[in-house]
Design a protein around this ligand. Sequence first.
Ligand code: TYD
Length: 199
Amino acid sequence: MKPLFIVLEGPDAAGKSTQLALLSRELSRRGIPVVVTREPGGTELGRALRGILLDPGRRIEPLAELFLLLADRRQHVEELIRPALEAGKWVISSRYTLSSVAYQGYGRGIPVDLVRELNAIATGGLEPDYTFLLDVPPEVALERTGTKDRFEAEGLAFRTRVRQAYLELIKGVPNGHVIDATGPPEEVCRRILELLPLA
Ligand code: TYD
């Protein structure tokens, strides 16, 4: 079977890292070679960019923020995602192109068509095979968050905008699914596994 590229999306503190770990364990148990990664920060360059992007003491203009994320994404696709898929490994990434449409497009107000166009350039057209939107109400996400990075410091209005955008956007994503992420992590993982083409 062709190795799958799976993306987990959703607001901060939706539990994406927990699901990354659980899914990777379940797939490995089934003998599937899997690489887990995230954006921003899936490569060495990406980790440097992540430090800049999340620094709450930094002012970053919206388009500049998008370009930094796209630089991270380009490097990620070329250095890690594509080579892993070509080597027959499944890749699960926490966040990918849809994050930029939701946060930089709908959240920050950059024209959505421009974000999509730049995403396509950055990824060379590589699309996920499956996208799971881990959905939690913004209040829950806010509660789950401890110290706040530059994005988490945004208020409820920004978070609500991003969530609404995600819920609309996912409808147009091939193999895109909304997963209620308010329940126990094992339950959330089970729902995702049910939707994957596993033998
Ligand atoms: P992430 O590490 O996924 O944070 P969390 O685990 O809290 O969800 O992502 C860091 C922040 O980067 C997150 O607040 C959202 C933001 N982000 C964007 O705004 N656009 C993007 O394209 C990506 C990849 C991330």
